[in-house]
Design a protein around this ligand. Structure first.
Ligand code: FES
Ligand SMILES: [Fe+2]
Length: 367
């Protein structure tokens, strides 16, 4: 799990003025809207006695802890301690980590890290979301897999004829043509022509046995946890972005937006939704049975072939950020910090390094 990236932490429609809990990168966040409807994301742990802020309420845009009523404003600073009898200075350390937040493409994004604005990776771009020609639908999928396996599966071209033989994969034509990995700073794409399976039932009668043309398919990723699929059909384009939110080392919530430039009537939404869920359902067993559960750090640990070029590209990119010290060390959290609360550091820690008492999540040092 990598810190210092923008993460889609939930769907826009889920966040209200009542605080809710979101777990991301193994840590709990409290998320709510202020009176201007802006989304706020902060650490869920009250610095006083570790109360869960998402079980509290929102008052004057502050989140109020349910235990002793401490009030935290949206930058994480505590502005009220109700037990104080008179005007006593609130301690400098009465504060929690608050994360930069954006609302875009139907998701709430939080920057989970402590980099200053100029140092941060940009928010990922989903340009089709701004294009009115697409009909858009949002959803999510929970599965007991590590996000890196879910992510690789989402860009893996060669598995379709086997895992998705019941939908878009063609078991009789599993070959993957050579492709070029088109690299950008924060991700890559690969485009191939895939042979769709023959039509069956009524569709095959209607098409009078005509061969289906190959389907241009672009599969790719955006750092740190997003897959992008674009399928160009004779009737139009289908685009799917999936943000595989690492909830924990064993659980992923895949938040997605799908867009189609054909059958744009609402009447087709239910079927379109059903198809996306079916694809996840087809993947679920295979991905959850992979071992190790976490993608190996060592590039030589699994055997790669030519059709895996896009995944290899991702593994190299991930390694680069692990080597920068951005990988949260979950094993150490479980062993050394079992009786302590830890938190993903926020940018405010750098401005005021002595004002914090909760430990930052440790990062993995791999030599
Ligand atoms: S634990 Fe939150 S106010 Fe005491
Ligand atoms: Fe799949």
């Amino acid at each position: 799990m990598l810190k210092n990236f923008w993460y889609a932490i939930c769907l826009s429609t889920e966040v209200k003025e009542k605080p809710m809990q979101v777990t991301a990168l193994g840590q709990e966040l409290v998320v709510y809207r202020n009176h201007k409807q802006q989304a706020i994301a902060m650490s869920n742990r009250c610095i006083h006695r570790g109360g869960s802020l998402s079980s509290g309420l929102v008052k004057n845009d502050c989140v109020v802890c349910p235990y002793h009523g401490w009030e935290y404003q949206s930058d994480g600073v505590c502005i009220k301690i109700p037990s104080y009898q008179e005007e006593i200075q609130i301690p400098l350390k009465a504060r929690i980590d608050s994360y930069p937040t954006e609302e875009k493409y139907g998701f709430i994004w939080a920057f989970l890290g402590d980099l200053s604005e100029s140092e941060r990776p940009p928010l990922p771009l989903f340009p089709e979301c701004d294009d009115p020609k697409y009909r858009k639908l949002w959803g999510d999928y929970h599965w007991d897999v590590h996000y890196t396996r879910a992510l690789e599966n989402g860009m893996d071209i060669a598995h379709a004829p086997f895992v998705h033989a019941g939908s878009f994969g063609n078991r009789d034509e599993p070959e993957v043509e050579s492709y070029v990995v088109e690299q950008f700073e924060w991700g890559s794409d690969a485009t191939v022509n895939l042979n769709p399976p023959p039509l069956s039932g009524l569709w095959s009668l209607l098409s009078k046995g005509k061969e289906r043309p190959p389907v241009k398919t672009t599969s790719g990723y955006r750092m740190p946890n997003i897959t992008r699929l674009q399928v160009t059909l004779p009737i139009g384009d289908f685009v799917l972005y999936v943000c595989h939110l690492p909830v924990s080392e064993t659980h992923t919530r895949s938040l997605w937006v799908q867009m189609r430039s054909f059958f744009t009537s609402k009447l087709f939404d239910r079927d379109s939704m059903r198809r996306v869920i079916k694809i996840f359902d087809e993947d679920r067993q295979t991905v959850s049975e992979q071992r190790p559960q976490i993608l190996p750090y060592d590039l030589a640990a699994e055997l790669h072939v030519r059709s895996d070029a896009i995944q290899i590209d991702f593994r190299k990119k991930r390694k680069k950020y692990i080597d920068l010290g951005w990988c949260i060390d979950s094993q150490r959290i479980q062993s050394e910090y079992a009786n302590k609360a830890v938190v993903i550091p926020s940018p405010a820690r750098k401005e005021n390094p002595n004002a914090w008492i909760m430990d930052e999540v440790p990062v993995k040092q791999i030599s």
